[in-house]
Design a protein around this ligand. Structure first.
Ligand code: FES
Length: 153
C-alpha cells in the first residue's frame, strides 16, 4: 500500500473518507475543514483532514448537529485535528445531551401508543401534536388568535 501524500485532492479525500465532494465543500463552507488552493485554484487538503472528517461523521452519526461539531472543534487549540484524548473529552461532554435526547424519544414513543390508528391530531387530546401543552399557560381557547379577534383585525 502506497503512502498518502501530505496534501490530498478533493477526490482523494472523498475516496479515502467516503464523504462525497459536495459534503466536503459544504463542510469547508461551514468552517469544519480547510483546504489550500493551488495556483490553478484547486483544493488541496492536508492529510490529517481525514481524521477530522472521521470526527465529524462520527459525531453526526450519534445525532449531533454540525453546530455542535463546529463548537467542539473550535475548542481545540489552533483548530487542530482532534486527538484520541480530544475525542474522549468531547464525547463525555456530549453524554448528558444524548441522554436527554434519548429520554425525550422514550417519552415520544410512549405517547405514540395512544396515537396509533387515531389520526385526530387534536390540540386538546393528542399528546404528540400538543407536546407538553405548549399554550396552556396562555389560557383556554386559541390564545394566539385573541389579539386579532379582540382588535377586530
Ligand atoms: S393522533 Fe389522535 S391522539 Fe394523537
Amino acid at each position: 500500500m502506497s503512502k498518502l501524500p501530505e496534501m490530498l485532492t478533493i477526490g482523494q479525500v472523498a475516496e479515502r473518507s467516503g464523504v462525497p465532494h459536495t459534503a466536503l465543500r459544504f463542510y469547508e463552507e461551514r468552517g469544519l475543514i480547510a483546504s489550500e488552493r493551488t495556483a490553478g485554484n484547486q483544493r488541496r487538503y492536508p492529510r490529517h483532514v481525514l481524521r477530522r472528517l472521521a470526527f465529524i461523521r462520527t459525531a453526526q452519526r450519534v445525532g449531533l448537529s454540525l453546530e455542535d461539531v463546529h463548537a467542539a472543534l473550535a475548542t481545540l487549540p489552533d483548530n487542530r485535528t482532534p486527538t484520541k484524548a480530544d475525542w474522549s473529552r468531547l464525547s463525555q461532554s456530549w453524554q448528558a445531551e444524548l441522554d436527554a435526547r434519548i429520554d425525550a424519544l422514550h417519552r415520544l414513543r410512549d405517547r405514540l401508543t395512544s396515537c396509533i390508528g387515531c389520526g385526530c391530531l387534536s390540540l386538546r387530546s393528542c399528546l404528540l401534536h400538543n407536546l407538553d401543552d405548549q399554550q396552556a399557560a396562555d389560557g383556554p381557547g386559541a390564545p394566539k388568535l385573541k389579539p386579532a379577534v379582540e382588535g377586530g383585525t
